[in-house]
Ligand binder design. Structure first.
Ligand code: GYE
Length: 327
C-alpha cells in the first residue's frame, strides 16, 4: 500500500521538477527540492522525567545522524495534544508517524485516519490498548511487566530471611499509561506468593519528582511503618527521598527503595545507597526507530515487536557503570 503512495509521490515529484524546470538542482537527492528526504512526525509524551529527556535527545540526535527530517511535537502529558499532533502530521503528509502514547487507550480513531492516509505508524516506548494490530507497523520498547517483576523478585530475595510483615508503598506512573499499568502488575505478581508482602498504599506520582515528593509526604504522615518504597520511575523515587529525609528518616536504610529507569540521577542516588535497587529501562530508542522508519517507508517488512534489552543495578554495579553513563 505504501509503495503505491510512494509511486504517486514520485510521479508528483517528477512533475514538479519538470514543470519547475529546476535544471540547476545538483543536490543529488533526485527530488528537485529535497523531496525524497525521509520525514518523520514524532509526537512525544512531554518532559516529565530524566528518562523522557534522554529519550527526546536520542530521537533528535539519531534523526540528525540518519539525515531524517524530524517534525517534533511535545504533548505536555495530554492525549488530546498528541491526537492533534498526529492529525497535523497527517495533513503535512509526513512519511512516517511515530509516537509514545501518553495512555494506552483511545487511539483507534486517529490511527485509522493515518491508515486511510497510508502513512505508516510506529509505536515508540509505550504500547496501545487496541485489538486492531493493523493500526501500526511496529512497537519498539521495553517489557514493562518484566521490569515490575524484576523489582518484585529482588525484594522477595532481599527479604527472604525476614519474618515480615513487609509494608510496601507504591508510587505509580501516569494513570492509564502502559508503564504504570504493567510495572504495577509485574511487581504484584512477583510478591503475591508470600502474604508477608503488603502493599499498604499505592497512588500515582505522575512520573514526576514533584508529585513523587508530595505523595510520599502524605504516605509518611498516614503510615509510620513503611518498610519499602517501590516507585515506577527514578524521578518519583528521587522526589520521595527528599520527603523521607525531611521526615527525619534515612532513605535506603529505614525505608528500602526500588525504582525503574536507571537515569544518571537515579544511578547516583543508588551508588550513594539512598536507593537500593534499580531496574533498567533504556530511553535510547532513536537509532532503532530511524532504521524501522526507513524500512517501512521503503515498503519493507519489520518485526511487529522490537524489544529493548535491559539489565538491573545494585549500588555496587551503579558505582562501576556511572562514569560512562551517558544519560
Ligand atoms: O519509565 C518514565 C517516563 O514510558 C518508559 O515514562 C517510559 C516511562 C519512564 O516518564 O520515567
Amino acid at each position: 500500500m505504501f509503495r503505491k503512495r510512494a509511486g504517486v509521490l514520485l510521479t508528483a515529484a517528477l512533475l514538479v521538477s519538470v514543470l519547475g524546470a529546476c535544471g540547476d538542482d545538483d543536490s543529488g537527492d533526485g527530488g528537485g527540492g529535497g523531496g525524497d528526504k525521509l520525514t518523520i512526525g514524532f509526537a512525544q509524551v512531554g518532559a516529565e522525567s530524566g528518562w523522557r529527556t534522554a529519550n527526546t535527545k536520542s530521537i533528535q540526535e539519531s534523526a540528525k545522524a540518519a539525515g531524517v527530517e524530524l517534525k517534533f511535537s511535545d504533548a505536555q502529558g495530554k492525549q488530546e495534544n498528541q491526537i492533534k499532533a498526529i492529525r497535523s502530521f497527517i495533513t503535512q503528509r509526513v512519511d512516517v508517524i511515530a509516537f509514545s502514547p501518553v495512555v494506552e487507550s483511545g487511539w483507534d480513531t486517529v490511527l485509522k485516519e493515518a491508515k486511510d492516509a497510508e502513512i505508516p505508524v510506529i509505536l515508540t516506548d509505550r504500547a496501545i490498548d487496541s485489538t486492531d494490530e493493523s493500526l501500526y507497523e511496529s512497537f519498539i520498547g521495553s517489557d514493562f511487566v518484566l521490569e515490575g517483576k524484576k523489582a518484585g523478585e529482588w525484594l522477595v530475595e532481599d527479604e527472604k530471611d525476614e519474618p515480615g510483615p513487609v509494608n510496601i508503598v507504591e508510587l505509580q506512573g501516569t494513570p492509564g499509561a502502559a508503564p504504570a499499568n504493567d510495572r504495577k502488575a509485574g511487581f504484584a505478581d512477583a510478591i503475591k506468593a508470600d502474604p508477608k508482602f503488603k502493599i499498604i498504599a499505592s497512588q500515582t506520582g505522575q512520573f514526576t519528582r514533584t508529585d513523587g515528593k508530595q505523595v510520599m509526604e502524605t504516605f509518611l504522615k498516614s503510615h509510620p511503618d513503611i518498610d519499602v518504597l517501590y516507585a515506577h520511575n527514578d524521578d518519583m523515587g528521587l522526589g520521595a527521598i527528599e520527603a523521607i529525609e525531611a521526615a527525619g528518616k534515612t532513605p535506603g536504610k529505614d525505608i528500602k527503595i526500588i525504582t525503574v529507569d536507571a537515569v544518571k540521577d537515579g544511578m547516583t542516588a543508588l551508588s550513594e545507597g539512598k536507593i537500593n535497587f534499580i531496574v533498567e529501562c533504556s530511553p535510547l530508542l532513536g537509532p532503532q526507530l530511524m532504521d524501522l522508519a526507513k524500512t517501512v517507508a521503503d515498503g519493507g517488512t519489520v518485526d511487529k515487536r522490537v524489544l529493548t534489552e535491559e539489565t538491573t543495578f545494585t549500588p555496587e554495579q551503579a558505582k562501576e557503570v556511572l562514569p560512562e553513563r551517558k544519560y
